[in-house]
Design a protein around this ligand. Structure first.
Ligand code: ZN
Length: 158
């Protein structure tokens, strides 16, 4: 029993190491944001869900989600394995529930949450558009007129 626990622990350490490592879609999104000239932080563990990329100045939290693990709706990568279907369904449901919970906690704390799906990183100009949109939502886009800024804030419910 003890040996099993030990192995389980080693495996979970390995899994979290995998999760921490930088995925290819994540690197692509980082390059886009860097190219836009914004400063960002990575993997803020003090924030719900440890967002992959954070723009603290604009209170934007970005998650780069794998389409399979996070169940991208309507995406062809959102497939169901043919064996152990119950296991996978439970696992996927837990992933989606956690994503929703973390996203809500961030929104409640005044963060703008942007999810970039793995398949979307094939079109980097569209990713750039989404990032701009998220930044503008906070009303803090550099160069925005003060009046624009105010109206955006009002729409956000002030
Ligand atoms: Zn997808």
């Amino acid at each position: 029993m003890r040996a099993f626990n030990h192995m389980d622990e080693a495996r979970s350490r390995m899994m979290s190491a995998i999760r921490r490592s930088d995925t290819k879609p994540e690197l692509a999104v980082r390059r886009v944001i860097h190219g836009m000239g914004y400063r960002f932080r990575l993997h803020r563990r003090d924030l719900p869900g440890t967002p992959d990329i954070v723009l603290p100045k604009y209170r934007v939290a970005i998650f780069v989600h794998g389409c399979f693990w996070h169940r991208h709706q309507g995406c062809k990568k959102n497939t169901m394995p043919k064996t152990r279907v119950d296991f996978w369904q439970a696992k996927f449901a837990a992933n989606v529930a956690r994503d929703e919970k973390c996203s809500k906690a961030l929104s409640d704390a005044g963060w703008t949450v942007l999810v970039v799906w793995e398949c979307e990183t094939r079109d980097l100009s569209s990713v750039e558009g989404s990032v701009r949109g998220a930044i503008a939502k906070g009303g803090l886009l550099p160069g925005a007129h003060a009046a624009d800024r105010r109206s955006i804030r009002c729409e956000a419910g002030c």
